[in-house]
Each structure stands twice: as structure tokens, then as C-alpha cells.
Design a protein around this ligand. Structure first.
Ligand SMILES: Cc1cc2nc3c(=O)[nH]c(=O)nc-3n(C[C@H](O)[C@H](O)[C@H](O)COP(=O)(O)OP(=O)(O)OC[C@H]3O[C@@H](n4cnc5c(N)ncnc54)[C@H](O)[C@@H]3O)c2cc1C
Length: 381
């Protein structure tokens, strides 16, 4: 009988399994497909603290620092590059939003600044579009999502974790009010704790135990051009937060180490319709047109660069756009899902929280924000 079985081999589940294994816990991880094959491998994987969530800054700072040490700790490179992030403003009316973010982050010891267009061009020479200003967060980084997932998996195994890809957990098994493991095609995988890190599939697994979670899938899409010369885009280039948050739209543009320009512009993000997880998904035409239009508006010299590919995956989101992390339902059950589009950066911190819970230790930052009981106030009381 293991100490824990983790369901889900995305970056969150892998970070949890690795954190547990490094603490000497006996842990197994089951992934229904390939490791990192769901939203994790489709990610732009910006390791950023800028314009995400003011209240979560302690966790984000911890996670950012953890990522910075992970290549050395795991002994595997995954293209961690501290390139900094620019968030452009196309409208003067967004200046107060940018200034408020800068003030909040500076209060936590970060050093973002508001730059005028000429200063922006010194950092990002081909960003020649009609921006009125941009915030600059110099410490933000990027990683290669596939290589990062692999690094965590290899390190977890090196510390004794068992990782089983192509192994779906059909259900969590409970006896007498506590979980005893998960059912797989190879039989019952017994464990004292079961951690559901199954992204948008988490709610369904929890529902099998009569536990209601409001975690829903949201369609996330992206495009890539063919490779262009290195340094064409030097930073992560995103849109300044719109007043209504991520649901009102976002843009993210960056260049991968392969040379491809990765980019997306979503003008109105929405939850996926029921059953979307079961059907093959294609990018929306509107999304493709909006993304190309925004890329060329900002970087007009990229006109004529060929598009290589596009993809769609499903992120998991909770109604308050925050993760649910911790115990819920029968004894021994924990969840870690509902990332609202920035789960990559948080993954090492989530691993820390879950490992500490299982060990009965406090985490190095406040975790009350993530308590799954917030969705069940009566049960919490
Ligand atoms: C285009 C795009 C850009 C992004 N950019 C950023 C960014 O810049 N920064 C950032 O921080 N985040 C970003 N994200 C979000 C980030 O990628 C996700 O938050 C993160 O990868 C979520 O990881 P996860 O492990 O929770 O989910 P997933 O990767 O979905 O992993 C869950 C896994 O559980 C498995 N699973 C489900 N059910 C079962 C079962 N019954 N049995 C076994 N396995 C099961 C699934 O197959 C899946 O592999 C981006 C996402 C996209 C798509």
C-alpha cells in the first residue's frame, strides 16, 4: 500500500508526485494518456508573477524561485530563460490598471515598471505597433513545457515514485469513509491518500464519490509560426489586464527556443460546452483571425511568416479563478485543480502544499485561499 496515488500526469500531478517522493513518501502516479499530453504540453509555460493575482503573490514568488532552481535540482535542462515580460497597453484608459498592479507587486518586493513606447522598443525592437505604454516585469521567465514535465517525472522516479502512463483511473475506491486507492485496468492501486490532479476531469472523478466540485473545462487555444531567426521576439509579450479579467480576453506572444513564434489572442474566453472533453476540438476561426490580427498589429514585420500549427486543450477553472488544493470528501482524498490558465507557474508550490498536507506540516505560505471547502460553506462550518 502506497502513501499516495496521484491521478493525472500533467505538470501539477508530476510536481506533487515529485515533492512527495523527495520527502520519502511511497507514491504512484497514474496518467490516462501520455505525461504532459493534455493542457500541460500545450502550454506557453510562462513562469510569471506579473498581473496574475495580488493575494497569491506569496505563493507565486515561492513558485518562481522554485522553478529557477529546478534545472540544477533535477539535473535536466528545460530551457528555463528569464526573459522578462511586457504587458502592452493599447488604450490610455488602462494606465490606472497597470499602475495599480505595479504598486501591488512592488509592495511584495518585485520590480515591475511602466515603460513608454521608446523604452519598450529598446527591449523588444520589433514591437512597432500602436502601443501607448507597457508594463515591464524583468524577472518573469519561460520554460519548455514538455521538457519541464519530463524533468519532474524523471526526478520523481529517481526518488522512488512509480509513474504509470496510459493507465486510466476509472474510479476512486472508498471503504468505511476513507479512500483505499484507485481502480485501474491492472487492478486496485492501493494507497492511503488519493490526490486528484486530473485537470478538467477532476470534478467527474470526485463526483464518483458523491463530492461536488465546481471545476469546469475552458477551451484554451494557441498558434505557432514556422521558425524565425532567434531574437525576433525577446520577451513574453502579453496584454495588460482588461478591467474584467481573463474572461474579457488576453493576448500572449513569445518565441520558443525552436524559433517558432507562439501566440494567442482571446477576445472573450468562455467555459467549454458540456461534453467538449469527449470530442476532438479544433481552434475557432474567430480565434485564429483575432490572434493573427493582434500579432501583426503589434509586430507588423512578421507579415508573410507562415503559420505552422494550431492546437486546443482544456484548462480546468473554478468559479473564483483559483485552484482548489487540499482535503475534500472522504478521509484521504485531496484535490489540486482549477488553475484558470496559470497552473504551470504554480505547480511546484502546489506540490509543496500537497506533500506538506500528507505529512501533516504547514506549507511555507498561506494556503487558506485554496481550501476546497470554500465551495461547500455548510460542510466547512
Ligand atoms: C495555450 C496555453 C497557454 C498557457 N500559458 C500558460 C502560462 O504562460 N503560464 C502558466 O502558468 N500556465 C499557462 N497555461 C496553463 C497551464 O498549462 C495549465 O494550468 C497547467 O498545465 C495545468 O496542469 P494540470 O496538471 O493541472 O493539468 P493537465 O495537463 O490537464 O493534467 C491533467 C492530467 O490528468 C489526466 N487524467 C485525467 N483523468 C484521468 C484519469 N481518470 N486517470 C488518469 N489520468 C487522468 C489527463 O490525461 C491529464 O494529462 C497555458 C495553457 C495553454 C493551453
Amino acid at each position: 500500500v502506497s502513501d499516495a496515488v496521484v491521478v493525472g500526469g500533467g505538470i501539477v500531478g508530476l510536481a506533487i508526485a515529485r515533492a512527495m517522493a523527495r520527502e520519502g513518501l511511497a507514491v504512484a502516479l497514474v496518467e490516462q494518456g501520455d505525461l504532459g499530453g493534455a493542457v500541460t504540453g500545450a502550454s506557453l509555460a510562462c513562469i510569471g508573477t506579473h498581473m496574475i493575482d495580488r493575494e497569491e503573490l506569496p505563493l507565486l514568488l515561492w513558485a518562481r524561485d522554485a522553478w529557477a532552481g529546478l534545472e540544477a535540482e533535477t539535473g535536466r535542462g528545460f530551457e528555463h530563460r528569464r526573459c522578462g515580460q511586457l504587458r502592452f497597453l493599447l488604450d490610455e484608459r488602462d494606465r490606472p490598471v497597470a499602475q495599480a498592479w505595479i504598486a501591488a507587486e512592488r509592495a511584495h518586493g518585485l520590480a515591475p515598471r511602466l515603460l513608454e513606447p521608446a523604452e519598450v522598443r529598446a527591449l523588444e525592437p520589433l514591437l512597432e505597433g500602436p502601443i501607448v505604454a507597457a508594463t515591464w516585469s524583468p524577472e518573469d521567465a519561460v520554460v519548455n513545457p514538455f521538457l519541464a514535465a519530463r524533468a519532474l517525472a524523471v526526478d520523481a522516479v529517481r526518488h522512488g515514485a512509480r509513474i504509470l502512463a496510459r493507465t486510466p483511473a476509472s474510479r476512486v475506491v472508498e471503504r468505511g469513509g476513507r479512500v483505499v486507492g484507485v481502480e485501474t485496468p491492472g487492478g486496485l492501486l492501493e494507497a492511503r491518500h488519493v490526490v486528484l490532479a486530473a485537470g478538467p476531469w477532476t470534478a467527474r472523478l470526485a463526483a464518483g464519490l458523491g463530492v461536488a466540485l465546481p471545476t469546469r473545462p475552458r477551451k484554451a487555444q494557441c498558434l505557432a509560426t514556422v521558425a524565425v531567426p532567434p531574437g525576433t521576439i525577446r520577451r513574453v509579450v502579453g496584454a495588460c489586464e482588461a478591467a474584467a479579467g481573463v474572461q474579457a480576453g488576453y493576448t500572449q506572444i513569445q518565441q520558443a527556443a525552436s524559433g517558432q513564434v507562439l501566440f494567442n489572442t482571446v477576445l472573450a474566453g468562455g467555459l467549454a460546452e458540456d461534453g467538449a472533453l469527449e470530442r476532438p476540438a479544433l481552434p475557432d476561426c474567430r480565434f485564429v483571425a483575432d490572434s493573427i490580427a493582434m500579432l501583426l498589429r503589434l509586430f507588423p514585420r512578421l507579415r508573410g511568416v507562415a503559420l505552422l500549427r494550431s492546437w486546443v486543450r482544456f484548462e480546468s477553472v473554478n468559479p473564483d479563478d483559483r485552484f482548489a488544493i487540499g482535503e475534500i470528501g472522504p478521509e484521504g482524498l485531496l484535490v489540486a485543480a482549477g488553475c484558470s490558465g496559470t497552473g504551470f507557474v504554480r505547480a511546484p508550490a502546489i506540490g509543496r502544499i500537497v506533500a506538506d498536507r500528507v505529512l501533516g506540516r504547514p506549507a511555507p505560505f498561506a494556503t487558506g485561499l485554496y481550501d476546497p471547502a470554500r465551495f461547500h460553506p455548510a460542510a466547512a462550518a
